[in-house]
Design a binder for this molecule. Structure first.
Ligand SMILES: [Zn+2]
Length: 254
């Protein structure tokens, strides 16, 4: 295994290769790592550090165009009077914000267009040079509630699913939906780009259905920054909850 990710350009070249190979051969099996030599895989800690040290998320709004764009997009939708009544508008707002979150925290890798050699995994194909291309991580906004879940990362098809209705049939709070989306984006980041064969992976990532200590470490950072730029009581509350869960995960024996 290579030393720490913070050699940014080398790390990003490698992560782009993982992304581009994701759906090359078998659309269902997780083949990306088999196509690469093991010594090129970064641990979950390195993958979290890459975000915390090198992403646009380290910057203030005033020094980063990506963060400024996220901020402007958020404000534009938050100011829409019917956002909390209009599911199409909410879907658009979440989709746009996911794109900007990807730019600020995840180096644009999640919405990166990658080739797909097998059956169609998702909606929204992009045709480029005659080849079907799909975004690596798809967002699936569902206009209803789920009995037990608010959002979910499905690693078999690389979809982030968000259920936008509450039990009363109302649209859930925009900030809360964004927090849920960031939570699932952190799952996607860890699952897609970190070394699952690392002996520490169970403790760092897999524990408690994907909620190991490095997952929380990353999510606390992401929610802290998102709240700093966008405000929103929900994001602050979710950061505090993530911090508490992080402490619990660290204390747990594996
Ligand atoms: Zn989770």
């Amino acid at each position: 295994m290579r030393p720490l990710a913070p050699r940014k350009n080398e790390a990003l070249r490698h992560l782009k290769r993982i992304a581009d190979n994701r759906w090359r051969i078998d659309p269902v099996a997780d083949v990306s790592y088999d196509l690469l030599t093991n010594d090129l895989i970064y641990s979950a800690r390195d993958i979290a550090r890459l975000v915390k040290v090198h992403s646009e998320g380290t910057k203030t709004r005033t020094t980063s165009t990506a963060v400024q764009n996220l901020h402007d997009t958020y404000l534009k939708y938050a100011a829409e009077e019917d956002l909390q009544e209009n599911v199409e508008l909410m879907t658009e707002a979440l989709t746009r914000c996911m794109w900007h979150f990807d730019q600020t925290f995840f180096f644009g890798l999640m919405r990166r267009h990658v080739r797909h050699a097998g059956s169609q995994p998702a909606h929204n194909p992009k045709l480029a040079g005659g080849l079907a291309r799909y975004e690596l991580i798809n967002l699936d906004v569902r206009d209803r509630m789920h009995r037990t879940l608010k959002a979910q990362w499905d690693p078999t098809i690389d979809h982030i699913i968000i259920w936008v209705r509450d039990a009363d049939g109302n649209l859930r709070d925009f900030d809360e939906l964004l927090g849920d989306m960031l939570h699932e984006m952190c799952h996607a980041w860890m699952d897609r780009f970190s070394d699952s064969m690392d002996e520490r992976h169970e403790r760092w990532v897999d524990l408690d259905d994907g909620h190991g200590e490095m997952f929380w470490n990353l999510l606390v950072f992401v929610l802290q920054r998102a709240h700093g730029w966008l405000g929103g009581a929900a994001l602050l509350r979710m950061r505090d909850e993530a911090r508490r869960d992080w402490t619990e995960a660290r204390a747990r024996e594996v």
